[in-house]
Design a protein around this ligand. Sequence first.
Ligand code: PRX
Length: 633
Amino acid sequence: MATYREFHRRSITDRDAFWREQAAAIEWHEPFRQVLDYSRPPFARWFVGGTTNLCHNAVDRHLKDRAGQNALIYISTETGQDRTYTFRELHAEVNRCAAVLREQGIVKGDRILIYMPMVPEAVFAMLACVRLGAIHSVVFGGFAAHSLASRIDDAKPKLLFTADAGMRGGKPIPYKGLVDEAIKLAAHPPQKVILVNRGIDGDLKLIAGRDLDYAHERAKHMDAQVPVTWLESSEPSYILYTSGTTGKPKGVQRDTGGYAVALAASMKHIYCGKPGEAMFTTSDIGWVVGHSYIVYGPLIHGMTTILYEGLPIRPDPAIWWKIVEQHKVSVMFSSPTAIRVLKKQDQAYLTRHDVSSLRYLFLAGEPLDEPTARWISDSLKVPVLDHYWQTETGWALLSSLPGIEATPLKFGSPGFPAYGYDVKLLHETTGEEVGANEKAVVTVVPPLPPGCMTTVWGQDERFVQTYFTSFKDKFVYTTFDWGIRDDDGYYFILGRTDDVINVAGHRLGTREIEEAVSGHNNIAEVAVVGVHDAIKGQVPMAFAVVKDASRVATAEGRSAMEKEVFDVVDTALGPVGRPSRVFFVAQLPKTRSGKVLRRSIQAIAEGRDPGDLTTLDDPGGIEQVHSAVTSGD
Ligand code: PRX
């Protein structure tokens, strides 16, 4: 590991020289004056004074050498549509989209909310925003009206970019009604809605004066050339909301220059992709993995990116490998849940196609269990690299660096600290660094490296309070993850320290789900916990106390009430947050000070020992949870 160690050491102790070298991987309009301004901890400003643009680096820059190369390959097994765009064509589409936005008065600093299925127009819209210096806030298409409304009110977008519908498993998911509902709920609604009509929703109704049809607007700007707006490196590129302990998601704010440099560097050192090759990331543009490795990372690196709309098992479970074969994918990035889904299928699907172009399969987003890692690695005969990161970091915090050194892989470990991250494992209460094989909180000594969040949108104080105040005497960034390092220096992630759960790689706050469940008028109180699931990693499970107990007195009553709660969550949060079960109990287990014992509830739901119950106010609560779980009713 000597080469890796030296590379990592230099990134920390000779930080300026290290990042100055990395910064050469992108194009700057004006060079930066200073690598890092850290005069106001923890706010780091990378590449001060340099001006650049993400769209220029992802698109325009490649026109010189690779205009005719495919930039974006769109494959939809939902609609049967495939579309391919060369860098020249992508450039034209992004300019058209930027012209449409510009005509609506969008200028630098304006926010635009993008609520889109996995279609090329979503990518055009993201790139068009950053081209203009407008700040995009992409909201995952699985979120419902209430979640959308709260994100609208936080970012106050001038415009909302959406489509008539998404598709999942062959079924349409109408977006328009949901968007209308969210705009009704919002206190600061956008003035305009641009709608990509895919022809899925036959009843589509545009609201005059507010809604514009994208195809119609685009047609007005076929030859548009919209100049790039050069941004100072620290100026924001986007906001991406993520869940935490409170019910209110945080707007993770990303800069421009630092992010571009971080992604460009990661494409070389971590993913080992080569310009001209194809990268296939199976995430969604609504998540951070989609932002960094469907859209910006591969394009900045001059790679072809594959945008896939569909499930991993439709039309059959060989579909991903067929795509790999067809497009000679060299780097693939997916999630453990997806692999566990494939593991349940016939193994023959994995060998049907020639995947010899694949150099690596990267996985992230949730713990990767060893049997799954081994299974996929053996079946594909491709090295599988687990790596660990967060919406906040924007790129890997723990990873192997095959581009630097081919260190041996250990199943179950996402590797070791990536360059730029001064990782410390700190004891939960004392804040002291722990030794090998001791469980502790994963923290990073600031400044955070380029590419990481620069603040919480509009709430600098919340950024500091949330991430930098976990330890009394140590000013460190906390990941809210438990970790452990073995004798060889390999790290292992052991789950969250807070109330965040990870459902199929989707990060959700239990408080958000509790708030959604409480939206039902017969719910008095509810606790939601994450419960182990063999496929999805975790699923949310709710334990609720009702106001009118007569409604849940019979099995039929409980079942009807559970269904009503599902519906309430579906409309508030979206199906992503729907609990796997809602159990009705007469009381929740609480401490004498009234705090709900979520960890004990979780333990019981997973069939484990609930642990120390001495602080319990009334044992009745625990018994209720226990009997609900064991009877399944
Ligand atoms: O708990 C960790 C888990 O997912 C969280 C971050 O989720 P999100 O913000 O959606 O970003 C995902 C970016 C890949 C982390 O705090 N997590 C992420 N990767 C891993 C992981 N847990 C274990 N192993 C991983 N490789």
